[in-house]
Unconditional design. Structure first.
Length: 278
């Protein structure tokens, strides 16, 4: 397996870091990973190791404000900026691998972005995998906190707070939790602006699942305390049944590919990928 890395520029000239892993055998497909709220592309190397013998190359970039990319931690000026960054990186992928099909894979906020991107640009990718996407949360902020956030967003949207993430909610795998805690590229920040933008994006997705045009696998664990499987279920119930495959994993936590249920999730992904015509 070969490792590559580089940088590309956002529309605002912000430098964004990317990396990829290529198999030694001919590449039949690219798995493009979109990471979650506070982590980075390096956390997805295990996917490359899992898929390299099947002819899959794996790529990802650190979202602005994350990992090795520039930008204030946990902030983006707009949701459109995040989508633009995805569009620009796809251009980089197509330069490196013209005519190779792309499967977009996202977890958590990355799952939300993967769905939003595939629905905005349905002809640009071959298929989409959304794992535990941020479509709804298993908790509701008090009304006064929602109002305070809206007011702060008007005054200074880039103000960032601790995301209050409980690492124990990510997985039941102790080794994974410890590696997550010790990873210096992971931050705990989320800005008021980014939180509100992503919340609104989730609401838009839940209102429009019928516009889905891309073959999509949606997987969520019922034990997820970070994002709610009920949002994924709601999305799946209204999406085209010939395009969307929805699977619930009993007691699965948030990072499904690093949880005790990962064997079941990988079997689900492998089976679904085998049915896609590359």
């Amino acid at each position: 397996m070969y490792h590559f890395e580089g940088n590309f520029l956002g529309k605002d000239r912000l430098r964004l870091y990317w990396q990829g892993w290529q198999p030694e055998c001919p590449i039949k497909c690219i798995i493009w990973c979109v990471h979650g709220l506070a982590d980075h592309s390096g956390r997805y190397e295990h996917i490359a190791s899992k898929l390299e013998n099947k002819g899959f190359a794996v790529y990802g970039f650190d979202r602005r404000g994350c990992g090795k990319s520039e930008g204030p931690r946990g902030h983006a000026a707009s949701y459109e900026t995040l989508i633009d960054d995805l569009r620009l990186f796809q251009g980089e992928l197509e330069k490196m691998h013209p005519d190779i099909p792309i499967v977009l894979l996202g977890n958590s906020l990355g799952g939300q972005l993967a769905l939003a991107y595939s629905m905005n640009y349905p002809q640009s990718i071959h298929a989409c995998i959304a794992l535990a996407p941020w479509l709804s949360l298993p908790f509701k902020l008090p009304w006064w906190l929602e109002n305070s956030a809206a007011l702060m967003n008007m005054i200074a949207s880039s103000i960032a707070f601790d995301n209050k993430l409980n690492y124990e909610d990510l997985s039941r795998d102790r080794d994974f939790i410890e590696s997550f805690k010790s990873d210096t590229l992971i931050h705990r920040k989320v800005s008021v602006g980014l939180y509100l933008q992503c919340s609104k994006a989730a609401q838009r997705l839940l209102k429009n699942p019928q516009v889905l045009q891309t073959p999509t696998l949606l997987v969520h664990g019922t034990g997820d305390k970070v994002t709610s499987h009920l949002g994924s279920r709601q999305f799946a119930d209204a999406a085209p049944i010939d395009l969307l495959t929805y699977v619930e994993i009993p007691e699965g936590r948030h990072v499904l590919l690093q949880d005790d249920c990962k064997a079941e999730v990988w079997l689900t992904i492998d089976t679904w990928l085998s049915q896609i015509n590359f």
